[in-house]
Design a protein. Structure first.
Length: 69
């Protein structure tokens, strides 16, 4: 199962140190570059937890616009 995740759930999981749960239930976790930028702009104690998850299993992927006929 693939998950597309926004900033708030990442911060919540980091605060309760539960990224292991997300990595167990998802085959792939994807965030857009804007979410990564939001994460980099935040300076809380959960930042290092999010950085580790980004290095470990969260992918940053540019969204693709749908093709119109």
């Amino acid at each position: 199962m693939k998950f597309f995740v926004d900033t708030d759930p990442l911060i919540g999981l980091a605060k309760i140190q539960s990224f292991a749960l997300l990595s167990r239930i998802a085959n792939r976790v994807v965030i857009p570059p804007m979410v990564q930028k939001e994460q980099l702009d935040k300076a809380g104690k959960e930042s290092s937890e999010i950085d580790r998850a980004l290095e470990d299993f969260i992918e940053v992927v540019q969204p693709v616009s749908p093709q119109l006929p």
